[in-house]
Design a protein around this ligand. Structure first.
Ligand code: SF4
Ligand code: SF4
Length: 276
C-alpha cells in the first residue's frame, strides 16, 4: 500500500466534472508554469503556510519549542494567536484516502458525481493515485483527473486506466516556449495527448489556459487547435488573482499580467471550444 501527500480535499465541488464531486489536491508538480495559481501544490513535501491577512508579524512562532510536529519546520505551530500558521500537506495511505472519499458516496450517486484528482500534478504520485483509483473503480465511483500530461507514457496509460474523464492541459505547442514558460519540454505531453485523443477511447476535455502574450498568440492557438482537432476544448482566461497565495508559502509570483479579456478571436482557432 502506498502513501500519498495531499494538500486539500474539497467536498461538494461543482466545477470539477459532472455532478457533485469530492476533489483531491495532490501535492507536487514537476512543472513551474509562470501563471500557476496553486503555489502550495508545487512542492511535493508538506510545508508551512502563513495566512498573510492574519499574520501580524508578532514573532511568537519563531521561539523554539519542544513539540515533535513542529521540529521539521523550525516554527511552533501551536502558539499563533491569530490562527495564521499551519502546515500545508498531509500524508495518507491509499486505503485511508479511499475510505474518506467513499464517505461521500451518497452525494455522488444522488448527483451523478464522483471523485476528481487535481493538484499539483496527480501523476507525480502515480502509484498512490493509481491504487486509490483502482479501489474507487471497484466501488463503481465515477472518477476524473486534471493533469498536465507530463509523465512517462507507460505511467500515463496505466494510471488513467481507471479514470472515467480526463481534463488534460495543452498550454504551449512550441517546445522552446514550453520550456521557457513551464520549465519542462512538451515531448512526452504531446505523445500522451495523441494517445489520449486518438487511441484511448476515453472521454477527455482539453484545457488551454489563456495567458496574455504567452499562450494566447495566434500562432500558439492555431497550433493547438490543429493538434486537438475536434476534441472538446475549454479555454481558461487568466485570473489576475492567481498570485494571491504565493507569499503564504514563501514564494514570489513570477508573472505580472492584467485580468484577461476573452474575445471571440480565440474561438476561431478551435472546432469545439468554450470560454470558461
Ligand atoms: S501544471 Fe498546473 S499545478 Fe503544475 S505548475 Fe502548471 S499550472 Fe501549476
Ligand atoms: S504566524 Fe502567527 S505567531 Fe507567527 S508571526 Fe504571524 S501572527 Fe505571529
Amino acid at each position: 500500500m502506498y502513501n500519498g501527500t495531499i494538500f486539500d480535499i474539497k467536498g461538494f465541488a461543482l466545477n470539477d466534472g459532472p455532478g457533485i464531486r469530492t476533489t483531491v489536491f495532490m501535492k507536487g508538480c514537476p512543472l513551474r508554469c509562470l501563471w500557476c495559481h496553486n503555489p502550495e501544490g508545487l512542492s511535493p513535501e508538506p510545508e508551512l503556510y502563513v495566512k498573510q491577512g492574519k499574520c501580524t508579524r508578532c514573532g511568537k512562532c519563531a521561539a523554539s519549542c519542544s513539540h515533535e510536529d513542529c521540529q521539521p519546520y523550525g516554527r511552533c505551530l501551536h502558539v499563533c494567536p491569530n490562527g495564521a500558521l499551519s502546515v500545508c500537506g498531509s500524508v495518507m495511505t491509499s486505503a485511508e484516502l479511499a475510505k474518506r472519499l467513499l464517505r461521500d458516496r451518497d452525494v455522488y450517486e444522488m448527483s451523478g458525481g464522483g471523485v476528481t484528482f487535481s493538484g499539483g500534478e496527480p501523476l507525480m504520485q502515480h502509484a498512490f493515485v493509481g491504487e486509490v483509483l483502482g479501489i474507487l473503480a471497484g466501488e463503481g465511483i465515477h472518477t476524473a483527473m486534471e493533469t498536465s500530461s507530463f509523465a512517462a507514457h507507460d505511467v500515463y496509460r496505466k494510471t488513467l486506466e481507471h479514470v472515467s474523464l480526463v481534463f488534460a492541459d495543452m498550454k504551449l505547442s512550441d517546445r522552446e516556449d514550453h520550456i521557457r514558460y513551464t520549465g519542462v519540454p512538451n515531448d512526452n505531453i504531446k505523445k500522451n495527448l495523441r494517445w489520449l485523443l486518438d487511441e484511448s477511447g476515453k472521454k477527455c476535455i482539453i484545457r488551454v489556459p489563456l495567458i496574455p502574450g504567452i499562450t494566447d498568440t495566434d500562432e500558439n492557438l492555431a497550433a493547438i487547435g490543429e493538434f486537438v482537432g475536434d476534441a472538446e476544448t475549454e479555454l481558461l482566461p487568466y485570473n489576475a488573482m492567481a498570485g494571491a497565495k504565493y507569499a503564504s508559502v514563501g514564494k514570489t509570483y513570477p508573472l505580472s499580467a492584467d485580468e484577461y479579456r476573452a474575445d471571440e478571436r480565440i474561438l476561431n482557432f478551435f472546432s469545439h471550444a468554450v470560454i470558461r
